[in-house]
Design a protein around this ligand. Structure first.
Ligand code: MEV
Length: 315
Protein backbone atom coordinates (compact mmCIF):
# COMPACT_ATOMS: atom_id res chain seq x y z
CA UNK A 1 0.00 0.00 0.00
CA UNK A 2 1.34 3.43 -0.92
CA UNK A 3 1.82 5.87 1.92
CA UNK A 4 2.41 9.46 0.86
CA UNK A 5 4.28 11.64 3.35
CA UNK A 6 4.74 15.42 3.28
CA UNK A 7 6.25 17.87 5.72
CA UNK A 8 6.41 21.63 6.38
CA UNK A 9 8.76 23.51 8.73
CA UNK A 10 8.10 25.93 11.55
CA UNK A 11 9.06 29.59 11.31
CA UNK A 12 10.15 32.56 13.38
CA UNK A 13 9.60 36.22 12.65
CA UNK A 14 12.93 38.01 13.14
CA UNK A 15 11.56 41.55 12.93
CA UNK A 16 8.24 43.23 12.23
CA UNK A 17 5.37 41.15 13.69
CA UNK A 18 2.09 43.02 14.20
CA UNK A 19 3.30 46.01 12.13
CA UNK A 20 3.21 43.61 9.15
CA UNK A 21 -0.58 43.34 9.55
CA UNK A 22 -0.68 47.14 8.86
CA UNK A 23 1.37 47.03 5.66
CA UNK A 24 4.87 47.39 7.13
CA UNK A 25 7.70 45.06 6.05
CA UNK A 26 8.77 42.10 8.19
CA UNK A 27 11.49 39.45 8.07
CA UNK A 28 10.86 35.77 8.77
CA UNK A 29 12.86 32.57 8.39
CA UNK A 30 11.89 28.88 8.30
CA UNK A 31 13.00 26.67 11.20
CA UNK A 32 13.57 23.20 9.79
CA UNK A 33 14.53 21.60 13.14
CA UNK A 34 10.83 21.47 13.95
CA UNK A 35 8.20 20.36 11.46
CA UNK A 36 4.69 19.09 10.78
CA UNK A 37 4.37 15.73 9.02
CA UNK A 38 1.26 14.45 7.23
CA UNK A 39 0.67 11.00 5.79
CA UNK A 40 -2.07 9.68 3.51
CA UNK A 41 -2.92 6.07 2.77
CA UNK A 42 -5.83 4.39 1.07
CA UNK A 43 -8.62 3.13 3.34
CA UNK A 44 -11.07 0.28 2.59
CA UNK A 45 -13.84 1.08 0.06
CA UNK A 46 -16.62 3.30 1.49
CA UNK A 47 -14.57 4.12 4.61
CA UNK A 48 -14.58 7.79 3.63
CA UNK A 49 -11.84 10.25 4.46
CA UNK A 50 -10.63 10.65 8.04
CA UNK A 51 -7.95 12.92 9.47
CA UNK A 52 -6.33 12.09 12.80
CA UNK A 53 -4.04 14.34 14.84
CA UNK A 54 -2.91 12.25 17.82
CA UNK A 55 -0.87 15.17 19.29
CA UNK A 56 -4.09 17.05 20.00
CA UNK A 57 -6.24 13.95 20.46
CA UNK A 58 -8.35 14.79 17.41
CA UNK A 59 -9.90 12.62 14.73
CA UNK A 60 -12.35 14.11 12.25
CA UNK A 61 -14.32 12.75 9.30
CA UNK A 62 -14.09 15.05 6.33
CA UNK A 63 -17.81 14.90 5.58
CA UNK A 64 -18.84 15.67 9.18
CA UNK A 65 -16.51 18.58 9.88
CA UNK A 66 -16.87 21.29 7.24
CA UNK A 67 -15.37 24.06 9.43
CA UNK A 68 -12.61 22.14 11.22
CA UNK A 69 -9.24 23.66 10.16
CA UNK A 70 -7.70 20.24 9.41
CA UNK A 71 -10.70 19.28 7.26
CA UNK A 72 -10.71 22.67 5.52
CA UNK A 73 -7.05 22.25 4.49
CA UNK A 74 -7.83 18.78 3.10
CA UNK A 75 -11.05 19.89 1.33
CA UNK A 76 -9.35 22.87 -0.31
CA UNK A 77 -6.51 20.65 -1.49
CA UNK A 78 -8.96 18.03 -2.82
CA UNK A 79 -10.79 20.79 -4.73
CA UNK A 80 -7.51 21.51 -6.55
CA UNK A 81 -7.11 17.87 -7.63
CA UNK A 82 -10.35 17.54 -9.54
CA UNK A 83 -11.38 14.55 -7.37
CA UNK A 84 -15.12 15.07 -7.07
CA UNK A 85 -16.34 12.53 -4.52
CA UNK A 86 -14.81 12.03 -1.09
CA UNK A 87 -11.89 9.59 -1.44
CA UNK A 88 -11.45 6.60 0.90
CA UNK A 89 -8.30 7.89 2.57
CA UNK A 90 -6.82 7.85 6.01
CA UNK A 91 -4.78 10.95 6.83
CA UNK A 92 -2.68 11.53 9.93
CA UNK A 93 -0.79 14.63 10.98
CA UNK A 94 1.72 15.20 13.76
CA UNK A 95 3.98 18.09 14.63
CA UNK A 96 7.06 18.90 16.70
CA UNK A 97 6.28 22.65 16.46
CA UNK A 98 4.99 24.07 19.76
CA UNK A 99 1.23 24.66 19.46
CA UNK A 100 0.05 28.26 20.01
CA UNK A 101 3.69 29.30 20.33
CA UNK A 102 4.17 31.77 17.46
CA UNK A 103 6.20 29.30 15.38
CA UNK A 104 3.66 28.72 12.64
CA UNK A 105 2.33 25.39 13.89
CA UNK A 106 -1.15 25.89 12.36
CA UNK A 107 0.26 26.98 9.00
CA UNK A 108 2.74 24.07 8.93
CA UNK A 109 0.05 21.49 9.72
CA UNK A 110 -2.16 22.87 6.91
CA UNK A 111 0.79 22.97 4.50
CA UNK A 112 1.82 19.37 5.27
CA UNK A 113 -1.78 18.16 4.84
CA UNK A 114 -2.29 20.09 1.58
CA UNK A 115 0.99 18.79 0.16
CA UNK A 116 0.19 15.22 1.16
CA UNK A 117 -3.27 15.37 -0.48
CA UNK A 118 -1.94 16.91 -3.71
CA UNK A 119 0.94 14.39 -3.94
CA UNK A 120 -1.25 11.37 -3.08
CA UNK A 121 -3.83 12.33 -5.70
CA UNK A 122 -1.12 12.61 -8.36
CA UNK A 123 0.26 9.08 -7.79
CA UNK A 124 2.16 7.32 -9.30
CA UNK A 125 3.96 10.38 -10.67
CA UNK A 126 6.48 11.94 -8.29
CA UNK A 127 4.59 15.18 -8.35
CA UNK A 128 5.86 18.12 -6.29
CA UNK A 129 2.83 20.17 -5.30
CA UNK A 130 2.84 23.69 -6.73
CA UNK A 131 3.93 26.05 -3.89
CA UNK A 132 1.62 28.88 -5.05
CA UNK A 133 -1.36 26.50 -4.79
CA UNK A 134 -0.29 25.28 -1.35
CA UNK A 135 0.26 28.89 -0.22
CA UNK A 136 -3.28 29.86 -1.30
CA UNK A 137 -4.75 26.89 0.60
CA UNK A 138 -2.76 27.61 3.76
CA UNK A 139 -3.63 31.32 3.70
CA UNK A 140 -7.33 30.35 3.56
CA UNK A 141 -6.89 28.12 6.63
CA UNK A 142 -4.98 30.90 8.45
CA UNK A 143 -8.12 33.02 8.12
CA UNK A 144 -9.96 30.45 10.26
CA UNK A 145 -7.47 31.02 13.09
CA UNK A 146 -7.52 34.80 12.97
CA UNK A 147 -9.56 37.29 11.06
CA UNK A 148 -6.83 39.39 9.53
CA UNK A 149 -3.64 37.41 8.82
CA UNK A 150 -0.93 39.35 7.01
CA UNK A 151 0.10 36.20 5.09
CA UNK A 152 3.68 36.09 6.42
CA UNK A 153 3.28 32.80 8.31
CA UNK A 154 1.92 30.78 5.37
CA UNK A 155 4.49 32.37 3.02
CA UNK A 156 7.59 31.43 5.00
CA UNK A 157 6.29 27.97 5.92
CA UNK A 158 5.30 27.11 2.32
CA UNK A 159 8.26 28.58 0.40
CA UNK A 160 10.75 27.48 3.11
CA UNK A 161 12.99 30.48 2.43
CA UNK A 162 13.96 33.54 4.48
CA UNK A 163 11.52 36.23 3.34
CA UNK A 164 11.26 39.98 3.33
CA UNK A 165 7.49 40.28 3.37
CA UNK A 166 5.13 43.16 2.66
CA UNK A 167 1.42 42.37 2.74
CA UNK A 168 -0.13 42.15 -0.73
CA UNK A 169 3.23 42.01 -2.52
CA UNK A 170 5.09 38.94 -3.78
CA UNK A 171 7.55 37.82 -1.05
CA UNK A 172 11.21 38.63 -1.65
CA UNK A 173 14.10 36.42 -0.66
CA UNK A 174 16.84 38.51 0.98
CA UNK A 175 20.62 38.12 1.09
CA UNK A 176 22.30 36.70 4.18
CA UNK A 177 25.98 37.59 3.86
CA UNK A 178 27.08 35.89 7.11
CA UNK A 179 25.18 33.07 8.86
CA UNK A 180 24.17 33.70 12.47
CA UNK A 181 22.70 31.65 15.30
CA UNK A 182 19.35 32.08 16.95
CA UNK A 183 18.31 30.51 20.21
CA UNK A 184 14.53 30.02 20.23
CA UNK A 185 12.98 29.51 23.66
CA UNK A 186 9.43 28.51 24.45
CA UNK A 187 7.82 30.26 27.42
CA UNK A 188 5.37 27.36 27.67
CA UNK A 189 2.58 29.95 27.82
CA UNK A 190 -0.01 29.30 25.08
CA UNK A 191 -1.12 32.37 23.19
CA UNK A 192 -3.90 32.88 20.66
CA UNK A 193 -2.67 34.88 17.66
CA UNK A 194 -6.27 35.82 16.84
CA UNK A 195 -6.88 37.33 20.28
CA UNK A 196 -3.62 39.28 20.39
CA UNK A 197 -4.08 40.62 16.84
CA UNK A 198 -7.67 41.68 17.73
CA UNK A 199 -6.46 43.46 20.90
CA UNK A 200 -3.87 45.39 18.89
CA UNK A 201 -6.58 46.32 16.36
CA UNK A 202 -8.86 47.68 19.08
CA UNK A 203 -6.02 49.73 20.59
CA UNK A 204 -5.04 51.00 17.09
CA UNK A 205 -8.65 52.07 16.46
CA UNK A 206 -8.70 54.01 19.75
CA UNK A 207 -5.28 55.60 19.34
CA UNK A 208 -4.41 55.41 15.67
CA UNK A 209 -1.63 58.03 15.56
CA UNK A 210 0.26 56.48 18.46
CA UNK A 211 0.03 52.98 17.01
CA UNK A 212 0.93 54.08 13.48
CA UNK A 213 4.08 55.71 14.92
CA UNK A 214 5.00 52.48 16.73
CA UNK A 215 4.46 50.49 13.51
CA UNK A 216 6.73 52.97 11.66
CA UNK A 217 9.39 52.45 14.33
CA UNK A 218 9.12 48.66 13.95
CA UNK A 219 9.37 49.01 10.14
CA UNK A 220 12.55 51.07 10.57
CA UNK A 221 14.14 48.30 12.70
CA UNK A 222 13.14 45.69 10.10
CA UNK A 223 14.67 47.76 7.30
CA UNK A 224 17.88 48.34 9.30
CA UNK A 225 18.03 44.59 10.05
CA UNK A 226 17.59 43.68 6.38
CA UNK A 227 20.53 45.93 5.49
CA UNK A 228 22.67 44.58 8.34
CA UNK A 229 21.97 40.95 7.35
CA UNK A 230 22.76 41.68 3.70
CA UNK A 231 26.04 43.36 4.72
CA UNK A 232 27.05 40.58 7.13
CA UNK A 233 26.90 43.03 10.04
CA UNK A 234 25.66 40.48 12.59
CA UNK A 235 26.73 42.71 15.52
CA UNK A 236 23.94 45.14 14.65
CA UNK A 237 21.20 42.52 15.06
CA UNK A 238 21.17 42.25 18.86
CA UNK A 239 20.58 45.99 19.47
CA UNK A 240 17.94 46.00 16.71
CA UNK A 241 16.14 43.10 18.42
CA UNK A 242 16.20 45.04 21.69
CA UNK A 243 14.75 48.06 19.89
CA UNK A 244 12.02 45.93 18.26
CA UNK A 245 11.18 44.39 21.66
CA UNK A 246 10.83 47.86 23.27
CA UNK A 247 8.32 48.76 20.55
CA UNK A 248 6.45 45.45 20.98
CA UNK A 249 6.15 46.24 24.71
CA UNK A 250 4.59 49.57 23.77
CA UNK A 251 2.03 47.59 21.73
CA UNK A 252 1.30 45.71 24.95
CA UNK A 253 1.99 42.29 23.42
CA UNK A 254 4.85 41.17 25.64
CA UNK A 255 4.27 39.26 28.88
CA UNK A 256 6.01 38.65 32.18
CA UNK A 257 7.45 35.27 31.16
CA UNK A 258 8.74 36.70 27.87
CA UNK A 259 10.41 39.69 29.58
CA UNK A 260 11.86 37.37 32.24
CA UNK A 261 13.42 34.96 29.72
CA UNK A 262 14.61 37.79 27.45
CA UNK A 263 16.49 39.31 30.42
CA UNK A 264 18.00 35.89 31.26
CA UNK A 265 19.15 35.36 27.65
CA UNK A 266 20.80 38.78 27.53
CA UNK A 267 22.49 38.32 30.93
CA UNK A 268 23.85 34.96 29.74
CA UNK A 269 25.47 36.53 26.68
CA UNK A 270 22.83 36.94 23.94
CA UNK A 271 23.47 40.16 22.04
CA UNK A 272 19.72 40.85 21.90
CA UNK A 273 16.38 39.09 22.20
CA UNK A 274 12.72 39.67 21.47
CA UNK A 275 9.40 37.88 21.37
CA UNK A 276 8.55 36.24 18.04
CA UNK A 277 5.06 35.88 16.60
CA UNK A 278 1.98 37.33 18.22
CA UNK A 279 3.42 37.54 21.76
CA UNK A 280 1.71 37.40 25.21
CA UNK A 281 3.38 33.98 25.47
CA UNK A 282 4.81 31.62 22.88
CA UNK A 283 8.44 31.85 21.85
CA UNK A 284 11.25 34.37 22.06
CA UNK A 285 14.33 34.52 19.86
CA UNK A 286 17.83 35.59 20.84
CA UNK A 287 20.75 36.29 18.54
CA UNK A 288 23.79 34.63 20.09
CA UNK A 289 27.49 34.34 19.17
CA UNK A 290 28.65 30.72 18.72
CA UNK A 291 30.77 30.73 21.90
CA UNK A 292 27.77 31.75 24.05
CA UNK A 293 25.20 29.28 22.63
CA UNK A 294 25.57 26.67 25.36
CA UNK A 295 25.49 29.18 28.21
CA UNK A 296 22.41 30.97 26.86
CA UNK A 297 20.63 27.65 26.25
CA UNK A 298 21.35 26.37 29.77
CA UNK A 299 20.38 29.69 31.38
CA UNK A 300 17.03 29.73 29.54
CA UNK A 301 16.24 26.15 30.58
CA UNK A 302 17.25 26.87 34.19
CA UNK A 303 15.12 30.04 34.06
CA UNK A 304 11.98 28.08 33.17
CA UNK A 305 11.91 27.80 29.35
CA UNK A 306 9.73 24.85 28.33
CA UNK A 307 12.03 24.06 25.41
CA UNK A 308 14.96 25.52 23.47
CA UNK A 309 15.88 25.13 19.80
CA UNK A 310 19.13 26.44 18.33
CA UNK A 311 19.09 27.23 14.63
CA UNK A 312 21.53 28.78 12.19
CA UNK A 313 20.12 31.33 9.77
CA UNK A 314 21.70 31.48 6.32
CA UNK A 315 23.89 28.38 6.70
C1 MEV B 1 1.94 36.02 13.80
O1 MEV B 1 2.91 35.00 13.59
C2 MEV B 1 2.40 37.32 13.19
C3 MEV B 1 1.44 38.52 13.37
O2 MEV B 1 2.12 39.63 12.77
C4 MEV B 1 0.10 38.27 12.71
C5 MEV B 1 0.15 38.26 11.19
O3 MEV B 1 1.13 38.71 10.59
O4 MEV B 1 -0.86 37.84 10.61
C6 MEV B 1 1.23 38.84 14.84
Amino acid sequence: MTITTATAPGKVILFGEHAVVYGRAAIAVPVTKVKATATVKDAPPRAGCTISAPDIDACVRLSDSPTDPLAVAVSLALAETGIESEPDWQLAVSSSIPIAGGMGSGAAVSAALARAVLAHSARPSRHTPDPDTVNRIVYATEKLHHANPSGIDNTVVVYEQPVWFVRGQPPRVFDIARPFHLVIADTGVASSTGEVVSDVRRAWQQNTDKYEAIFDGIAATAEAARRAIAAGNVDALGPLMQQNQRLLRQLNVSAHQLDHLIAIAEEAGASGAKLSGAGRGGNLIAVVETENLEEVTQALLAGGAAGVVVTEVGA
